[in-house]
Design a protein around this ligand. Structure first.
Ligand code: NAD
Length: 541
């Protein structure tokens, strides 16, 4: 047992590689991608450190090459889920007693393995399985993932060091306990980093976790599980189950030791989970913690004082990078009439240069949407908009799924700020523009604030400080991440803690100490060195 109070230096954000043509990293990445593409891997569940295979093998096909099989995943059943819960509760006996610095060492090693020897494999898996170009894969699976881990280790230290005041003859202390029972992480398809961070940050605080990744992200989730093991994460601390949502609610949310859920995904699924937990509330030994980051309908607004190229770049990157499948992606834009004619010409000219196709071809800026369901859903929005007399197609509106689920960057202009495509989350490369009369700028900001039930991200562009202040005030509750003269995507851990309110989630800011606090249960300890010896008070003498 040591007597030191350890400290971890404040981390720096992971350096992003450029993958320029003829660079060493480009060569290594391409080599890894091609090797993985030729293989057909068989991905098990990981329960109590064991690899569990089943009769039900589901094909994994890259979204941009939807006839090619790169592997299979083994679908689990309710019995596997029960075993996973037992394995969590067993692992907990030792894990929640391990000193924090020993836990921290495991996580720092995971970060180093991702940043170092596994860099190309996890990037290639994200490119193949989720159809991300190399830049999108690198900022997600490497940059954000490594930052989440290293910054969380620092935040864990700062949380544990946070102690209350003490008075004469009294010493007050806070003990940060793991939650009793076990926790559940349910993760989305669109970010490898979110998928890894949700179970990891709960485990970091001494908890044990059932992790259910999205069926559409299993290819890269599998590599994360291998890395966790290699770094020395004990068996059973994180159990990866490949199971349908219904079994999760039937088994996990019905268990008395269920202590909380860390969810990222759609508002609809989160609402379902919340209701289920509410109706089971009498079953549980503790009130479960419920943390969810959900959908968005993110906006960009500009006045007429802006630089055209800056706004065009923000719109193109914000709306179309990763095919608009970022929770933070822009899907509604509000622009003043006075700039529109020239701006439209420049914007459309630039959008025409965007290339679309496989992420293996480095000329492509955008790739395929995640699967057939998504393709059909986005297509539905496009077709309904084409039929609406208040809406005009400016570019795109074309799609093709013969090779992969490709949808061209699509821009509509609408006269109705309350039409379907201005309100609902589309989660695809579709942007709708509303033109406002310059003198109506304040009114337009109020429209933005009142149109959507979401409040995740949003941007304003202006070079007029009075307008910036006014717009920031009107839009105060419209976005949990608010950007001035920048696109609203690409939040960086340690710099822009991420999350939104309204129907965008509980705003517990992933990548910050605020989120970690949800995964600890504080015990306040008061020690009295001189307890009173009489019950009566002075006023009674
Ligand atoms: P999704 O809601 O379809 O799925 C998310 C997860 O929930 C998956 O693992 C899925 O299998 C699981 N799930 C589905 N039904 C379930 C049920 N009945 N019970 C238990 N689990 C169930 O979301 P998705 O398509 O993977 O991701 C896209 C959505 O996620 C978008 O709405 C996007 O805005 C949101 N998102 C939000 C953030 C954020 O930080 N706010 C980040 C990423 C994604």
């Amino acid at each position: 047992m040591n007597n030191s109070i350890f400290s971890f230096p404040t981390p720096k954000n992971e350096k992003i590689k450029t993958y320029k043509s003829l660079s060493k990293e480009r060569f290594l990445l391409e080599e890894c991608y091609d090797k993985m593409y030729k293989k057909k891997i068989d991905i098990p569940q990981y329960i109590g450190g064991k690899e569990i295979f089943s009769e039900k093998k589901i094909e994994i096909k890259p979204p941009h090459d939807n006839k090619n099989i790169v592997g299979y995943w083994n679908k689990g059943n309710k019995k596997d889920l029960l075993n996973a819960i037992d394995s969590c509760l067993n692992a907990k006996k030792k894990w929640n007693k391990l000193s924090w610095e020993n836990r921290a060492s495991i996580f720092l090693k995971i970060a180093d393995l991702i940043s170092g020897p596994y860099r190309y494999e996890i990037n290639a898996a994200t490119m193949i399985g989720q159809s991300k170009n190399i830049y999108q894969a690198e900022i997600d699976a490497i940059g954000e993932m490594v930052d989440f881990i290293r910054f969380n280790v620092k935040y864990m230290e700062l949380i544990y060091k946070n102690q209350p005041n003490s008075s004469d003859k009294v010493w007050n202390r806070l003990e940060y306990r793991p939650l009793e029972g076990f926790l559940l992480a349910i993760t989305p398809f669109n970010f490898t980093a979110i998928s890894g961070n949700l179970p990891l940050c709960m485990a970091m605080m001494g908890n044990v976790v059932i992790w259910k990744p999205s069926n559409k992200q299993i290819y890269s989730a599998n590599i994360l599980m291998k890395i966790f093991k290699k770094a020395g994460l004990p068996d059973g601390v994180i159990n990866m189950v490949l199971i349908d949502g219904k079994s999760i609610s039937d088994i996990v949310l019905n268990h008395p030791d269920f202590s909380g859920v860390h969810f990222t995904g759609s508002t609809e699924v989160f609402n379902y989970l919340w209701k289920k937990i509410g109706s089971n509330i009498n079953l549980y030994k503790n009130y479960p913690r419920i943390v969810g980051e959900t959908g968005g309908k993110n906006f960009i607004w500009s006045d007429n004082t802006i630089n055209y190229n800056e706004l065009i770049t923000a719109i193109i990157r914000g709306a179309f990078e990763y095919q608009g499948q970022k929770c933070s992606a822009i899907s509604r834009a509000y622009l003043p009439r006075s700039i529109w004619k020239k701006f439209k010409h420049l914007l459309l000219k630039e959008v025409k240069t965007i290339k679309l196709g496989s992420p293996r071809d480095f000329n492509n800026f955008i790739n395929a949407v995640i699967d057939n369901n998504s393709f059909e859903r986005i297509k539905g929005y496009i077709e309904r908009a084409k039929k609406n007399n208040d809406i005009k197609l400016l570019c795109g509106g074309v799609y093709d799924k013969t090779i992969g689920y490709f949808i061209y960057p699509t821009i509509f202009i609408t006269k109705d700020p309350n039409c379907e495509i201005m309100i609902e989350e589309i989660f695809g490369p579709v942007l709708t523009i509303f033109i406002y009369e310059d003198k109506e700028w304040e009114n337009c900001l109020n429209i933005i604030n009142n149109t959507s039930k979401y409040a995740l991200t949003g941007s304003i562009f202006s070079n007029n400080r009075y307008i910036i202040e006014k717009a920031s005030n009107i839009l105060r509750n419209s976005a949990g991440n608010f950007y001035i003269n920048d696109k609203p995507t690409g939040a960086i851990v340690g710099q822009q803690p991420f999350g939104g309110s309204r129907l965008s989630g509980t705003n517990d800011k992933s990548g910050s100490f605020i989120n970690l606090l949800r995964w600890t249960s504080i015990r306040t300890i008061k020690e009295n060195f001189d307890p009173d010896k009489k019950y009566s008070y002075y006023f009674m003498d």
